[in-house]
Write a protein that binds this ligand. Structure first.
Ligand code: CTP
Length: 401
C-alpha cells in the first residue's frame, strides 16, 4: 500500500486530450494503492490512449461502448455507476465538461455519471484559452453547484506550444486529492468565501553558507490539509517550507525557507478566517549566521550560540487585531505528549492542537499515516494510524461543523 487510504472501487473516466497519457500513470498508482479501478474510455480518449494499454495495466478490459450487448446483459452501466466509491473524470476535456453540465447521456461515460450517487471529481485539462472561455467557466460553476469536486488545472507550458492555465497536475499532486475525497470530504464547497492560511514543511535555519539546522518534515500533512481546504472551496495561501511533496493545485504558494520568512509571510497574509500551522519550524536560529563556511581548522569543538526563531503560531493565536477566527496548531512531542500539548494549546493561543507523539512506531515525518490526538479544549479525539488524508478530511468536517 502507498499513501492511499483503505482500498476502494474507483471509476476512472478518461476523456479525449493529450493529458490522457498521464491517466495511465494515475491508473497504475491507484492500483498500487490497492484500489480496484474500472476504466471508461470515451471515443475521443481512444485517440490518445488505446484500450490495449489500459487493459494491460489494469488487467481488465476498459469499457468503451454504451450499447455493448454482453455488458448490458448485466446492466453494465448501472453496475459501474452503483459499485463506484468515487467517479474520477481525469482528464476532463472542455467538451466533456459541457456534456456533464448539460446532463447529456449519449455515451457510456455520460450515462454512468447521470446514474451514479458516488462523489464525482473532475480534473479539467485543455488549451488555456479554452479553460478561460466563459462557456467553460460557466460549465465548471454549474458542476460545482451540483457538488462535483473540481481539481483546477495548473499553469505552464502546454502541448500546443502555448503557456497558460490548463495543464493537468502531476499524478503525485492528484493522488492525495482523490484520497481526501475518498476519506469523506463533504461536497458542495462548504468553505466557499473563506480565506485560509496553511504553513507546511520544514524550515532550514542557515548556520553558514553551506549548512543549516532543519528537520525531517516532508510537508505531507500540511499540503494535504491545504488541498482539502481548496477542494472544500476555501481560498488557500500555502506557506511552503522545504518539502518532498508537490503543492496541491489551486492554492497560492509562497516559499518560506526560514522561520523568519514564514513569520513575515504569515502576518502579511492576514486577515484570514482559518490558519493551520502544520509547518515543522526549526526552533533555533544562529545568533549571527556565519558569512563563510565554518572550518574545522584543528578545533576540537564548536559552540555556536542560538536564539529562538519567531513563533508564527503564537503570533497568529494571540494577534490583537487580526486573529483568525480559527487557529489550529500541530505539536510534535517525544514524551508526555498530551500533557505538553494541553499546555502548548493554551500558551500559543490556538483553538485546536493536533499532537503526534514521535516514536519508532509513529515516525510521523514523511509517513503516509499518522497517530495524532486533536485537542479542542473540551474534547480529545484520538486518530490511531490514520492516513493523513483521513486526518485532513476529519479536520475539514470539524471546521464546517
Ligand atoms: N511553530 C511556529 N513557529 C515556530 C515554532 C513552532 O509556528 N517558531 C508552530 C508549529 O508550526 C506547530 C506548533 O508551533 O504548529 C508547535 O510546534 P512544536 O515544535 O511542537 O512546539 P515548539 O513551539 O517548538 O515548542 P517545544 O520545542 O518547546 O516543544
Amino acid at each position: 500500500m502507498n499513501a492511499m487510504s483503505a482500498p476502494k472501487t474507483i471509476l476512472l473516466i478518461i476523456t479525449g486530450g493529450i493529458a490522457a497519457v498521464k491517466s495511465l500513470e494515475l491508473l497504475r498508482r491507484l492500483r498500487d494503492g490497492g484500489h480496484k479501478v474500472e476504466v471508461i474510455l470515451t471515443k475521443a480518449a481512444t485517440e490518445f490512449v488505446t484500450p490495449l494499454s489500459v487493459g494491460a495495466l489494469n488487467e481488465a478490459e476498459p469499457h468503451t461502448e454504451l450499447f455493448n450487448l454482453t455488458a448490458e446483459a448485466k446492466m453494465g452501466h448501472i453496475r459501474l455507476a452503483r459499485e463506484a466509491d468515487l467517479v474520477a473524470v481525469i482528464p476532463a476535456s472542455a467538451d466533456f465538461l459541457a456534456k456533464m453540465a448539460h446532463g447529456r447521456a449519449d455515451d457510456l461515460a455520460s450515462t454512468v455519471l447521470l446514474a451514479t450517487t458516488a462523489p464525482v471529481v473532475v480534473a479539467p485539462a485543455m488549451n488555456h484559452r479554452m479553460w478561460a472561455h466563459p462557456a467553460t467557466t460557466a460549465n465548471v460553476a454549474t458542476l460545482q453547484g451540483r457538488g462535483v469536486f473540481v481539481i483546477p488545472p495548473e499553469h505552464g507550458a502546454m502541448a500546443c506550444g502555448e503557456t497558460g492555465a490548463g495543464r493537468l497536475p502531476e499524478v503525485a499532486a492528484l493522488l492525495p486529492l482523490l484520497d481526501i475525497i475518498l476519506a469523506g470530504l463533504p461536497a458542495g464547497r462548504p468553505l466557499r468565501g473563506k480565506k485560509a492560511l496553511v504553513t507546511s514543511g520544514a524550515t532550514h535555519e542557515p548556520l553558514d553558507p553551506v549548512r543549516f539546522l532543519g528537520n525531517h518534515s516532508s510537508g505531507r500533512q500540511g499540503h494535504t490539509l491545504a488541498g482539502a481546504l481548496m477542494l472544500a472551496g476555501a481560498e488557500v495561501t500555502l506557506l511552503e517550507g522545504h518539502v518532498s511533496v508537490p503543492a496541491p493545485p489551486g492554492v497560492t504558494v509562497i516559499k518560506t525557507p526560514t522561520a523568519a520568512a514564514l513569520y513575515d509571510a504569515a502576518l502579511a497574509a492576514l486577515p484570514v478566517d482559518i490558519a493551520i500551522c502544520a509547518a515543522a519550524v526549526a526552533d533555533w536560529q544562529l545568533d549571527t549566521p556565519l558569512p563563510q563556511k565554518q572550518k574545522k581548522n584543528g578545533a576540537g569543538s564548536w559552540t555556536p550560540s542560538f536564539s529562538p526563531t519567531p513563533d508564527t503560531l503564537r503570533a497568529l493565536g494571540t494577534h490583537k487585531t487580526s486573529r483568525p477566527r480559527l487557529v489550529i496548531g500541530f505539536a510534535a512531542e517525544t514524551e508526555n505528549a498530551l500533557e505538553n500539548a494541553r499546555q502548548k494549546r493554551q500558551d500559543k493561543g490556538c483553538d485546536w492542537l493536533l499532537v503526534n507523539e514521535i516514536s519508532a512506531k509513529n515516525p510521523a515525518f514523511g509517513a503516509a499515516t499518522n497517530t495524532v490526538t486533536l485537542l479542542d479544549g473540551k474534547t480529545e479525539h484520538f486518530f490511531e494510524n490514520k492516513s493523513k488524508a483521513h486526518i485532513a478530511a476529519a479536520c475539514i468536517q470539524k471546521i464546517i461543523a
